[in-house]
Design a protein around this ligand. Structure first.
Ligand code: ATP
Ligand code: MG
Length: 313
């Protein structure tokens, strides 16, 4: 019989449940091979043998990852496992020493960060990266800055093409603001909002350009259970409406179980498992990785964490 896995990991947003019992899966989970989400031709992101080290510190090594259109692929692992670095490499912020990143039909040794929007890639950051003094609306609009075609001259002169484009962008931003329930705060400075809403604004900025690849680095960190449930709904809706491939870094395993189609687990920069949430949950290497974390828990109180995890799960 499988032991009652009630451990939690401890991170910057406090205790979070690890490996809870099976959670209900959404009905829309695509069947392997039988859905356009998993169609090989529909693969949006392929990472092959990607490795990155900072001096003697290995951020990650020999990582393989494939994400299809419409798939929510979670990347999980203990603190320092290399999750954010992987996203930073996929988005060209970091230059990997080996391997390739394929986005759509194009393959790169280093993804050109300046072409992300053209490649249909958008992301959010683990630590909020909003223009705090700008309104929510302007922050969302900023997600379309790279999509602007009209030159500065056309904008200043108010040429019809520039006006049309500006109107289209405003409409797109309003639509996203509406979908994310941000209408009431659209004119407020983003920095004045509670943290959970700021995370939502950042999602809006990523969604407004209609990315085909969306990378979310801990979009629910520090959120209340209610905020997490709302954010889960927004991410699921984004997948349904856009068919984007979504890479989701998330520490709350309950959320991962409910939201993701597949999960890749990193530990000390290595990929130790990829599979469905149920598969990785039962994988001995994954359990060992987290048990190891619990043994060395910074709080030194794994038992108390386990109780919290049981309650939270
Ligand atoms: N810019 C950097 N310079 C030097 N080392 C870095 C840099 N970015 C990441 N690292 C190192 O790479 C390793 C992986 O870090 P990373 O931030 O990717 O982990 P993570 O899985 O996102 O962790 P967390 O769950 O805490 O966010 C760590 O050892 C980290 O210190
Ligand atoms: Mg991180």
């Amino acid at each position: 019989m499988q032991p009652a896995l009630r451990l939690v990991r401890t991170g910057r947003d406090g205790n979070r449940p690890l490996l809870p019992g099976p959670a209900p899966r959404p009905a829309a989970v695509p069947a392997p091979g039988g859905s356009p989400h998993r169609d090989r031709a529909g693969r949006v992101l392929s990472v092959e043998g990607l490795s990155l080290a900072f001096g003697g510190t290995v951020a990650f090594a020999e990582i393989d990852l494939a994400v299809g259109a419409g798939e929510i692929h979670a990347v999980i692992g203990p603190n320092g496992a290399g999750k954010s670095s992987l996203i930073n490499a996929i988005t060209g912020l970091y230059a990997p020493q080996a391997g390739r990143v394929r986005i759509g039909a194009e393959s790169f040794a280093r993804v050109p960060a300046g072409r992300l929007a053209a490649l249909g890639v958008a992301r959010t950051f683990q630590n909020l990266a909003l223009f705090t003094g700008l309104s929510v609306r302007d922050n969302v609009l900023a997600g379309l800055a790279a999509a602007r075609r009209a030159g500065l001259g056309a904008q200043i002169l108010g040429l019809p093409s520039a006006r049309r484009e500006a109107r289209a962008h405003r409409d797109a931003a309003e639509a996203v603001i509406g979908r994310l329930g941000l209408g009431a705060v659209a004119d407020r400075p983003a920095g004045s909002l509670p943290y959970g809403l700021q995370k939502r604004v950042e999602l809006g900025r990523a969604l407004v350009a209609r990315p085909r690849l969306l990378l979310l680095d801990e979009p629910m960190a520090g959120m209340t259970a209610t905020e997490k449930a709302e954010m889960t709904g927004f991410i699921r809706a984004a997948r349904e409406t856009s068919g984007a491939a979504i890479v989701l870094i998330e520490h709350d395993i309950g959320v991962v179980m409910r939201l993701s189609d597949r999960v890749t687990v990193l530990d000390h920069g290595r990929r130790i498992a990829t599979g469905t949430p149920a598969e990785v949950q039962a994988d001995p290497a994954v359990i060992a990785a987290y048990l190891g974390l619990a043994d060395g828990d910074a709080d030194g109180d794994a038992a108390a964490d386990a109780d919290t995890g049981a309650a939270a799960a």
